[in-house]
Design a protein around this ligand. Structure first.
Ligand code: KG4
Length: 338
């Protein structure tokens, strides 16, 4: 029996999870509320909160899994990318615990974790996992990528954003509408009441499978600036239509490149991952593509869309099977190319 403790602390969620032979036993997350009033994550505050949360979160994950720390085979932790201070908390904790228990450590690339979240089994008969090779659209606050996933460890980024990420476009446009942070979920909610064809926003023309969202963000800003000059209540009166139009444009852009990649590579197995995969419009677009193009789609349960440790534990599990351990002097990295 292989039992892996996963630890995630790359941004503003302190999380721990236990996976046994690929099956999830526990998944605990402590999200930090302290950042909301600042309109974004404050790195120093994030590190301090991780420091406070990490022991209780790991303790709870072990208790919920019904195991003792002595039952662990290895500790998997997010080594990067992320905020350095945040990563240091999880990394140092993993080092301390693995040394004390005399078990190996497995370092995990956070982005691989998002992709491999699709392999988490909720019970041992769960066999919904994607077949290799498949395409994964990874869309979060920091990334927008199309990844060709050839195996558990062979992943090739075939397209990525050349400027802002999709989540950033949601968040920044929401911020100028005064919708708070993170704005993505608010835009999603308001968009349901709005008309997506009301406002025309600029779509980028990027060659290959790359993305760009900064032009769209600027065109949204200019639209608000011009309309607010005519009517100071413009945003209030049009919030729903603005959100629906913004969301539709972002999704159209995401799906256009993904569709082309799937067609060119003749791949029909397509997954989505990352925080923005919680978006109801994007989920509906995937369902629609499954019907229209015969795609076999993989949409993660909501709990695995945003940062979590279950995805770190499952990635650690597959690395463990390959004897891919890391040394005790492994340092976290804030940026990475896959
Ligand atoms: O993967 P994630 O939790 O971590 C980061 O990369 O930071 O993604 C967070 C991003 C944020 O930009 C947030 O606004 C976006 O995911 N997000 C959403 C939705 N839920 C979260 N964007 C659109 N619609 C949603 N329902």
């Amino acid at each position: 029996m292989i039992t892996i403790l996963g630890i995630e602390s790359s941004c503003d969620d302190t999380a721990a999870a236990v996976i046994q032979d690929g099956v999830l036993l526990s998944n605990v997350i402590s999200s930090q509320k302290v950042h909301e009033s600042y309109g974004g994550v404050v790195p120093e505050l994030a590190s301090r909160a991780h420091q406070q949360n990490i022991i209780p979160v790991v303790d709870q994950a072990l208790k919920k899994a019904g195991i003792q720390k002595e039952d662990l085979s290895a500790i998997a932790f997010t080594r990067g990318p992320g905020l350095m201070g945040s990563l240091l908390v999880g990394t140092s904790f993993a080092k301390g615990l693995s040394t004390a228990l005399d078990i190996p450590m497995v370092d995990v690339n956070h982005l691989h974790g998002h992709v491999l979240a699709h392999f988490i089994k909720e019970d041992k008969d769960d066999n919904h996992q994607p077949q290799f090779p498949f395409l994964c659209l990874l869309v979060s606050g920091g990334n927008s990528q199309i990844i060709l996933v050839k195996s558990y460890k062979e992943m090739e980024i075939i397209g990525q954003t050349i400027d802002d990420a999709a989540g950033e476009a949601f968040d920044k446009c929401a911020k100028v509408m005064g919708l708070g942070y993170p704005g993505g979920p608010v835009v999603d909610r308001l968009a349901k009441e709005g008309d997506p064809s009301k406002f025309k926003l600029n779509k980028p023309h990027v060659p290959g499978y790359d993305y760009s969202f900064s032009g769209l963000k600027t065109s949204f800003l200019y639209l608000l600036r011009d309309e607010l000059k005519k009517d100071p209540d413009f945003v209030d009166k049009n919030k729903e239509d603005l959100c629906a139009s913004l969301q539709k444009t972002i999704i159209d852009v995401l799906m256009e490149q993904l569709r082309r990649a799937a067609k060119d590579l003749n791949i029909k197995e397509v997954a989505v991952a990352g925080g923005v995969s919680a978006n109801s419009g994007l989920r509906a677009a995937f369902e629609d593509h499954a019907k229209r193009f015969g795609w076999k789609i993989h949409i993660p349960p909501f709990g695995y869309t945003t940062d979590n440790a279950a995805m770190i534990a499952i990635t650690g599990y597959y690395k463990y099977l390959d004897n891919e351990f890391c040394a005790v002097d492994a340092a976290p990295y804030s940026r990475v190319v896959m």
